[in-house]
Design a protein around this ligand. Structure first.
Ligand code: FES
Length: 108
C-alpha cells in the first residue's frame, strides 16, 4: 500500500492508503477526502483535482511540463503555484509512499 496525506486548506490532515498503480485522485475520492472533485473522471480535462505537492516531494513527483495538457488546464485554475499538479496525473507507487499533497481552498 502507498500512504498519502492530503492536507486541507484549514490544516486538517487526511491520511489514506491505496494500492500502488492508482492515482492521487483515486486515493482522495475513494477515501472521501474533501476538496478533490475530479469531475472529468481522471481524463485530464477539468482541473478539479488540483493539488499543491509538498515542496519536499515535488522533485520525486515531478514538476508540471510546460507544454502539457495538464499545464494548459492549470493555467486557468485558482491559486496555481510551481508545486501545482493534477491529482489524476500523479500515479502512486512505492517511490511516493508518504507523499503529502495540499488541497487548495477551492477548485473553481
Ligand atoms: S480529474 Fe479532471 S483533470 Fe483530474
Amino acid at each position: 500500500m502507498v500512504k498519502v496525506t492530503f492536507v486541507a486548506h484549514d490544516g486538517r490532515r487526511f491520511p489514506v492508503e491505496i494500492e500502488p498503480g492508482m492515482t492521487a485522485r483515486e486515493a482522495a475520492l475513494f477515501n472521501e477526502v474533501p476538496g478533490i472533485d475530479g469531475d472529468c473522471g481522471g481524463q485530464c480535462a477539468c482541473a478539479t483535482c488540483h493539488v499543491h505537492v509538498d515542496p519536499a516531494w515535488i522533485d520525486r513527483v515531478g514538476r508540471l511540463a510546460d507544454d502539457s495538457m495538464e499545464a494548459d488546464l492549470l493555467q486557468f485554475a485558482e491559486g496555481t503555484t510551481t508545486e501545482s499538479r493534477l491529482a489524476c496525473q500523479i500515479k502512486l507507487d512505492d517511490r511516493l509512499d508518504g507523499l503529502v499533497l495540499r488541497v487548495p481552498e477551492q477548485q473553481y
